[in-house]
Design a protein around this ligand. Structure first.
Ligand code: GTP
Ligand code: SPV
Ligand code: MN
Length: 586
């Protein structure tokens, strides 16, 4: 039985059903009763595996197909009328041509299956930030995951009323045929179509597809921003909480930073870090002329490998109940394991492919992009403002990437325009979060390369325009936790010790500390980073903060090459900033 009388919803669901031809349609209402029923069906078909309920109450396990374990950037499309509006960094096809192609693939794809209709909200239902979506899917894993990752259920229909203003998402696993896998966005029609995948980032359509690709396009038109950013609050000993948002590419440390536990010496003084979000920020101009950010999601879809009681106890704690694990190791007693959890790989376990796994053969038990899906409310350091419909005010915006050399531990831009330049020239080594080679340095502006739903040149101009509209702008910084020594070891301890850098960033935002000006921006005076109990020497820190002019000259050449792709879409302000940098390096 449909849960709404909204004509736009009913018509669209009818139209899609006529194409995919399911045996039946189930309208998801978000009730625990209905979810429990779906878990049982999922377990009976093998799509889900119930984990040991004593160790992990409410937790389930899921495997995606072996060739379907990461986002597929080469099969992700932005289909707007004009190719130029998608820009040089997106795959594009004419919308009608793409629809014709997709309709051939979707036709009859749900025969013999149930079609689920999921109403969901990105951000708190009814808040000024909220946007509604409906996802049609033939995957129980998707329904159960959306129940964790979004505000899902019939309340969304109440909030939507008769309005046709919702994002349409059609997903079918179809045959999981990698050759016919497409993740397609029609920004001009607020529509997403995803087919032949069952991997989270390709199929949980509220996440990257809606909350970044479609939302970035909406934000451009409506004067707000959708960014690939974590949001955290730093509480100081006086009890003041100051917020920052940080954009790092996939698998470059957002979840870890968002849930950071400060080193003991900071905790003793009364410092705390509160997590508002770990992956996506929607940012609006507040009445007070500051930028305010919310996390549109309701859960974490985090990288499992490397998550441990030592590296990220808050993330680990978040997964202890009502969570879903994907492509990790499944143990004999219904528990989960992954590389980096501890030093005791389980015996008689199954690896991410479902094969008996022998730890002595050197193979990995968990896929490097295996993930947990955990409710945000489980997180011990979740911010009291997590559900605040107004969001939190930003003092700083931080960019960062995975760079073995070149980028110093931290530097500050001279002003907003320079900060936009710093974000636009970000580069980072690729990771297992997307298919393709790992460890290759590529430009990933604002960590949005795979997620910007329109021409990146126009997106940079939007950033510059936002700066003009915001009287009380956050300060903009760049960080790099990943500098390597000559033996390939990380020089900076990272994780909790990143607090030392955050402290400097906040001190800069509130004019509490001086800095040294370099060719690329302001770097800390080494003595202003607290190294107490860090094991890092002042000498090492000096090295981490150093700006090697020769490396940066090479960097300038790379930037020129990248910028050239954008032709006259490249904002003049960024061209100017590049000239300034070149001049400074002379
Ligand atoms: P997505 O969910 O893909 O967007 O990733 P993310 O940006 O949230 O990355 P996450 O925090 O999951 O970290 C990814 C990997 O980076 C893990 O293997 C972490 O162990 C590692 N990592 C995170 N922070 C640090 C750090 O400060 N130093 C070092 N060396 N590694 C880190
Ligand atoms: C990322 O790749 O940036 C993720 C995971 O956060 S996914 O949902 O697959 O995009
Ligand atoms: Mn991400």
């Amino acid at each position: 039985m449909s849960l709404t009388t909204n004509k736009a919803v009913l018509t669209w669901v009818d139209e899609m059903a006529a194409i995919v031809q399911p045996d039946s349609i189930v309208w998801i209402d978000g009730s625990e009763e209905q979810l429990e029923e779906l878990r049982a069906i999922g377990c009976s078909t093998g799509e889900m595996i119930k984990l040991n309920q004593e160790l992990l109450p409410g937790c389930y396990y899921h495997r995606s197909a072996v060739n379907d374990v990461a986002r597929v950037e080469d099969r992700t499309f932005i289909c707007c009328k004009n190719k130029e509006d998608a820009g040089p960094t997106n795959n594009w096809m004419d919308p009608q041509e793409m629809k014709n192609k997709l309709m051939g693939i979707f036709a009859g794809s749900m025969k013999g299956r149930t079609m689920y209709v999921i109403p969901y909200s990105m951000s708190v239902i009814g808040s000024p930030f909220a946007k509604y979506g409906i996802e049609i899917t033939d995957s129980i894993y998707v329904v159960l995951s959306m129940a964790i990752m979004t505000r899902m259920g019939k309340e969304v229909y109440d909030a939507l009323g008769d309005s046709p203003d919702f994002i349409k998402g059609l997903h079918s696993k179809a045959d999981l045929d990698a050759e016919k896998r497409y993740i397609v966005h029609f920004p001009e029609e607020n529509t997403i179509m995803s087919v032949n995948s069952g991997y989270g980032g390709n199929v949980l359509l509220g996440k990257k597809c809606f909350a970044l690709r479609i939302a970035s396009h909406l934000g451009k038109q409506e004067n707000w921003m959708a960014e690939h950013m974590l949001i955290l609050g730093i509480e100081n000993p006086k009890g003041e909480v100051r917020y920052l948002a940080a954009a790092f590419p996939s698998a470059c440390g957002k979840t870890n930073l968002a849930m950071l536990i400060p080193p003991e010496l900071y905790r003793k003084k009364g410092y705390k870090v509160w997590c508002v979000g770990d992956d996506i920020a929607w940012i609006r101009i507040g009445e007070d002329g500051r930028l305010w950010a919310t996390n549109p999601e309701n859960g974490f879809f985090g990288v499992a490998p490397g998550t441990s009681a030592k590296s990220n106890p808050n993330a680990l704690a978040s997964t202890k109940k009502n969570s879903i694990f994907t492509n990790v190791v499944l143990t004999e007693d219904g528990n989960v394991w992954w590389e980096g959890l501890d030093k005791n790989p389980p015996k008689n376990a199954l690896n991410w492919k479902g094969e008996p796994w022998d730890t002595t053969d050197g193979s990995k038990g968990a896929h490097p992009n295996s993930r947990f899906t955990a409710p945000a409310e489980n997180c011990p350091c979740i911010s009291s403002e997590f559900n605040n419909p107004q969001g939190v005010p930003l003092s700083a915006i931080v960019f960062g990437g995975r760079r073995a050399k070149t980028a110093p531990l931290v530097y500050q831009s001279r002003d907003w325009q320079h900060g936009v330049f710093v974000g636009s020239v970000m580069a980072s080594e690729t990771t297992a979060a997307a298919t393709g080679a790992v460890g290759v340095v590529r430009r990933d502006p604002m960590a949005m390369l795979p997620f910007c739903g329109y021409n990146m040149g126009d997106y940079w101009q939007h950033w510059l325009n936002m700066g003009e509209m915001v009287p009380n702008k956050p300060k903009i910084f760049n960080v790099n936790w990943f500098r390597l020594d000559d033996d390939g070891n990380f020089i900076w301890p990272g994780f909790g010790d990143n607090m030392r850098v955050l402290e400097w960033i906040m001190a800069r935002c509130f004019d509490e500390v001086d800095a040294d000006e370099t060719a690329i921006g302001f770097v800390p005076k080494p003595e202003d980073i607290n190294l107490e109990e860090s094991g890092v020497s002042l000498e090492t820190l000096r090295d981490l903060l150093s700006v090697d002019k020769e490396l940066w000259k090479t960097e300038v050449e790379g930037i020129k090459e990248f910028y050239a792709k954008f032709g006259d879409k490249l904002p003049t302000a960024l061209r100017e900033e590049l000239s300034k940098l070149e001049e400074n390096l002379k």
